[in-house]
Design a protein. Structure first.
Length: 452
């Protein structure tokens, strides 16, 4: 039978199709109801290979060591299913792709999904999954190429066109096509008002182009667009807090932190990344955050040995640096430095470079050793995109690199980093850049004053 994406899905109980379509819509809209729909599908058909694959991928995207075994179990069940009953090439490919990621090769997993799209470019679910994995790999160019390839198959009559435009908007923003990203995102929202990913992509545009007031207006007028979300809603609130901070409104940013960003004190790495990066940005601007580091550091201390995703590791390190958890920092750095770049395991390769150097730099920054911090962070900087996430998310590490360099006296090196950061933003300077350029100017003037 065919699902909302016009893709083949094998279900022993035809009534499960409606629930499967609920999984698709939930996955595309980051809906909180997605797990419920998935559980219903598996209750009606425990051997549904696509549902088992979705379960496995969802578990891996949580980047938690204790969930990897459960993802393996889902994969084993999916393999048994496709061996026991005839399924489509699409379903076989999804199971194969899951196995590749479980073996440490997510980039090859994406290539399998691209094969599905080559045959069925109208398959929005597969396009969204590939988009999500590339996002975790920091492959912005790949995200854009993939979505642009399937866009012609998502014409005006495609029921899911709006969600694909949201992916296109984000990919364009991450590759610097800001005007095109804004247009695609707004068009997508007009077709799918619950596409929180597309809405947040447009917010990214306003963040990257220092148009914070416009970003706040967009989010304020579209709060219903992410009210249905899973914990992704905290991330959208995080974006709004960043925009307030850029406008010099730290009280508003902290209020959002308390009431929205950390409303539910989960230990999901994505929620922790929102919290740690916002607190660090506030502190870098000289604002006091009180005891807010404490609860996040407690959670991060339990994750020092996870090693599933460097992006997560570095945000755990921010929490440990913010709360001065010396022993936990040492455990994490030791584990990362001892990681071997084993052949074929892509995650381990990122731990080795740039992960270990970046973590060491963040730890040194928290200890006030700014020369060491800058040396390590500068070494990691050329490959930081590989940790995954967006420009906005990784910017906290760029800001720490810049501030550690200034505190260590590397004025000209920092000026070049600031210039590159500004160029990435289409030449627009945000409040952070303006303040650091002014600081560099004042440091230069101080150096010109003759000794008395």
């Amino acid at each position: 039978m065919k699902d909302l994406c016009f893709g083949d899905i094998t279900l022993s109980d035809p009534s499960a199709l409606e629930d499967w379509n609920g999984v698709i819509l939930g996955f595309l809209a980051h809906g909180a109801s997605t797990p419920e729909h998935l559980n219903t599908v598996l209750a009606k058909d425990p051997e549904c290979a696509m549902a088992l694959a979705v379960k496995g991928f969802a578990l891996l995207m949580l980047a938690r060591r204790e969930l990897v075994d459960i993802a393996h179990e889902a994969h084993r069940d999916a393999v048994a299913s496709i061996q026991a009953r005839p399924v489509s090439a699409r379903e076989q490919a999804w199971v194969t792709a899951l196995g590749l990621w479980l073996s440490g090769r997510p980039s090859q997993s994406v290539q399998i999904l691209e094969g599905v799209l080559a045959q069925s470019p109208e398959d929005t679910l597969t396009a969204k999954l590939g988009h999500g994995i590339r996002f975790m790999l920091g492959d912005s160019q790949g995200m854009r190429r993939s979505i642009e390839r399937v866009l012609p198959a998502h014409g005006a009559d495609h029921p899911l066109r709006g969600y694909l435009l949201g992916c296109l908007s984000f990919a364009m923003e991450e590759t610097g096509a800001y005007q095109q990203a804004e247009a695609a995102g707004l068009e997508g929202l007009s077709l799918a008002s619950d596409d929180a990913w597309g809405l947040h992509a447009v917010a990214h545009v306003y963040d990257m182009t220092a148009d914070s007031a416009r970003g706040i207006k967009l989010l304020s007028e579209n709060e219903a667009g992410w009210a249905h979300c899973n914990n992704f809603r905290y991330h959208v609130w995080w974006h709004k807090a960043l925009l307030h901070l850029d406008l010099g409104q730290p009280d508003e940013a902290l209020a959002l932190y308390d009431k929205k960003v950390r409303m539910d004190r989960t230990d999901d790495y994505r929620d922790i990344s929102n919290a740690t990066s916002l607190l660090m940005r506030l502190e870098l601007e000289g604002h006091t955050v009180g005891n807010r580091w404490e609860e996040i550091a407690e959670l991060a201390e339990n994750r020092t040995q996870d090693g599933c995703l460097v992006f997560a590791d570095l945000h755990y390190m921010l929490a440990l640096a913010g709360e001065s958890r010396d022993t936990a920092r040492g455990r994490m750095i030791g584990r990362m430095r001892n990681t071997q770049d084993t052949q074929g395991n892509e995650a381990d390769a990122i731990v080795v470079d740039p992960g270990a150097a970046a973590a060491s730099g963040l730890a040194a920054f928290g200890e006030g050793r700014y020369e060491t911090a800058f040396r390590n962070l500068e070494a990691a900087r050329p490959r930081m995109a590989l940790i995954g996430g967006s420009h906005a998310q990784r910017d906290v590490f760029e800001r720490i690199t810049i501030d550690s360099g200034l505190r260590a006296g590397h004025v000209e090196k920092v000026r070049r980093i600031l210039d590159e950061r500004t160029a990435l933003r289409g030449g627009k300077q945000d409040r952070f850049a303006e303040a650091r350029y002014l600081q560099i100017s004042e440091m230069g003037d101080t150096m010109k004053v003759p000794a008395q």
